[in-house]
Design a protein around this ligand. Structure first.
Ligand code: ZN
Length: 289
């Protein structure tokens, strides 16, 4: 747990304390669920000493804890996600030279190509195509398409030489194909509209500059995050003010590290065991809420 301890400073842990409700006869319960109407319970066993001490828990007796986290699906969680990312986008627009607001879609040919590629990948992983639910299919296509978006971003950065930050919101179109709403912030250098649009090449694209002082694009982009739990986002590292990282995100970061270390270095005797809602713990690197 050495690397983990180094990542979690005492001040950071102290910062969480204000929002914690600790104690109760049934064991330690840590509340990180905010206003969620159906919080998820995560049972943790074997919390390391440093974290217990930081949370003012007794290492000898309180190594077992139940964490309540957001469900990410209820109306209140979606609303929270929308407001949080809108505020972050406003923050990025404010500190950036210019911001482009755009849409990326896939042509029918490219969509078909990505669908085949995603199905081929699933089959190679041992899936029967008939067994795949619609959500699995969409997720597979989105992952395939996400690679193309990454390549596009690389091309834009390379061709313009600009320093760029971004927020990408991926929506599920009725056709089963993903499309993206994007805020592209110029931190230094500039990108030309025709280069932005020409370098996509996989379908329709439209970009416009956000007028100075106009935050509507931020609200518009974030609106999709509040519409459906299926809408996914990708963003530059520490998008928005780092101080806006929520307590829940800090805890998830911490848990993500714990799980990573458990599986990577100590798979035979896990020190942290998730018995419920294990899949609710995201890898922080994915930037997926
Ligand atoms: Zn919820």
């Amino acid at each position: 747990m050495g690397a983990l301890a180094a990542n979690i400073g005492r001040n950071q842990v102290q910062e969480w304390l204000g929002d914690l409700r600790v104690g109760g006869s049934s064991g330690t319960r840590l509340q990180f669920a905010g206003d969620c109407s159906q919080p998820c319970e995560i049972f943790c066993r074997g919390l390391p000493d440093k974290i217990l001490v930081g949370l003012k828990l007794e290492p000898e007796t309180q190594r077992v804890a139940t964490l309540l986290t957001r469900c990410r699906k209820c109306a209140k969680c979606l609303r929270h996600r929308q407001q949080l990312w809108a505020a972050r986008a406003v923050d990025e627009i404010t500190v950036s030279g210019r911001t482009w607001f755009g849409t990326l879609t896939l042509s029918p040919e490219k969509a078909l190509q990505l669908q085949y590629a995603s199905e081929l990948r699933k089959v190679r992983q041992g899936w029967q195509l008939a067994e795949l639910a619609d959500t699995d299919r969409f997720q597979a296509i989105r992952e395939e398409a996400s690679v193309e978006v990454t390549k596009w971003l690389k091309r834009v950065r390379k061709n313009s030489g600009a320093t760029l930050r971004y927020l990408l919101v991926c929506e599920h179109h009725k056709s089963g194909m993903p499309h993206w709403h994007i805020l592209l912030h110029e931190r230094s250098g500039k990108v030309l509209k025709r280069k932005l649009e020409a370098s996509w090449g996989y379908g329709f694209t439209h970009f416009r500059l956000v007028p100075p002082g106009d935050n509507n694009a931020a609200y518009y982009c974030a609106k999709y995050l509040g519409k459906s739990a299926e809408a996914r986002l990708r963003a530059s590292l520490q998008y928005g003010s780092p101080s806006m990282e929520t307590i829940a995100e800090k805890v998830e970061h911490l848990l993500g590290e714990l799980m990573f270390q458990t599986t990577k270095h100590d798979a035979t005797s896990p020190t942290v065991k998730m018995t419920q809602q294990e899949m609710m713990i995201p890898n922080i690197n994915s930037s997926i809420f």
